[in-house]
Design a binder for this molecule. Structure first.
Ligand SMILES: CC(C)(COP(=O)(O)OP(=O)(O)OC[C@H]1O[C@@H](n2cnc3c(N)ncnc32)[C@H](O)[C@@H]1OP(=O)(O)O)[C@@H](O)C(=O)NCCC(=O)NCCSC(=O)C[C@H](O)C(=O)O
Ligand SMILES: [Mg+2]
Length: 284
């Protein structure tokens, strides 16, 4: 399946050093996994985590889940060795943290070659350079790093995420302009289902493909929020039928449930059905 066509509802971080979690992930219905060598791994564990992860990926068992490896930045003692190791691992994507400019991406691509790159968007400079970062030839996806971003912007936590809206919007615009995948940041309170649901729904309504997660308990809520609902699927089917009938009668505008349906709405309806089918195919 083409990378852009597949679902990215739930994207789970797993510390590369935690063998038990690496094993557990094989049983979880997540669309993608971020195997982390950066912030979830302590300084003392950095070298071990690289080896543990390499062995886990070589052993396999992750099925259809997209395998993304987050390395340390090139401004750390581990970044270059991580990148060289990832180039040799069974990974689908390399994820670079704290991307500030396309120079960071060029340096990584020089080591990882054709491997698709995703960028952690989590610094003020990254926000300002988002269109250039999105247009890099190896770039395939953006991950919002809302914890680092909040720290750098010195914002306070708010349920409505108002202080982050400009940054989220800039990254969404840049990603959509280049046809990238874009997934939202983590919700830290991993036992708060209602808070998670509200943040998922906000991210979904803004146009994110899915959300990054830190704990297995967050998977079900997220998968549900980012999948088309039965009502949306039903409406999409009725819009397509109504528009085709209208077109056959030589008209350009149908009406469904009191609202107009034009060819652009039909394109959205077809995307909804394609997404529902892709999710069903993953589950089967
Ligand atoms: C938050 C945790 C430290 C909690 O871990 P733990 O106490 O082990 O939780 P549980 O006992 O409830 O775990 C139950 C079972 O689930 C497995 N588990 C836990 N977390 C994960 C996971 N992330 N992936 C897979 N499996 C997981 C446990 O092993 C238990 O399994 P079993 O015993 O077999 O039943 C922990 O969840 C954790 O470390 N989470 C990840 C934290 C992380 O990755 N942080 C970095 C990413 S966030 C970030 O950096 C975003 C960005 O950069 C930004 O700036 O915003
Ligand atoms: Mg971060």
């Amino acid at each position: 399946m083409d990378a852009r066509q597949r679902p990215y509802r739930s994207v789970l971080y797993i510390p590369g050093s935690k063998e038990r979690a690496l094993e557990k992930a094989k049983t979880l219905p997540v669309d993608a996994i971020i195997f982390d060598l950066e912030d979830a791994v302590s300084v003392d564990e950095k070298e071990n985590a690289r080896e543990t992860l390499k062995a886990a990926l070589a052993a396999g068992g992750y099925g259809d889940r997209v395998k993304i490896v987050r390395i340390n930045g090139f401004d750390t003692p581990w970044g270059r060795d991580d990148a060289a190791a990832v180039a040799d691992m069974d990974a689908d994507v390399v994820l670079l943290p704290k991307v500030g400019s396309t120079d960071d991406l060029d340096a990584l691509a020089a080591v990882t070659g054709d491997l698709p790159i995703w960028a952690m968007m989590e610094t003020p400079r990254g926000m300002l350079n988002a269109p250039l970062i999105a247009a890099h030839p190896r770039m395939q996806g953006f991950v919002m790093g809302t914890n680092d971003l909040a720290k750098e912007l010195q914002t306070r936590f708010r349920l409505d995420r108002l202080p982050l809206q400009t940054s989220l919007g800039l990254c969404l615009l840049a990603a959509k302009a280049e046809g990238l995948i874009i997934v939202d940041g983590v919700y830290n309170a991993f036992k708060d289902d209602e808070g998670l649901r509200a943040e998922c729904e906000q991210g979904r309504d803004m146009g994110f493909d899915g959300k990054t997660l830190i704990h297995p308990a967050q998977v079900d809520v997220t998968n549900e929020a980012f999948a088309p609902s039965e009502a949306e699927i039903d409406l999409a089917r009725r819009q397509i039928i109504a528009f085709e009938e209208t077109e056959a009668a030589g008209q350009g505008v149908a009406v469904v449930d009191g609202k107009i349906v034009e060819n652009l709405h039909v394109a959205t309806a077809r995307e909804i059905l394609a997404k529902a089918e892709a999710i069903a195919a993953l589950a089967s």
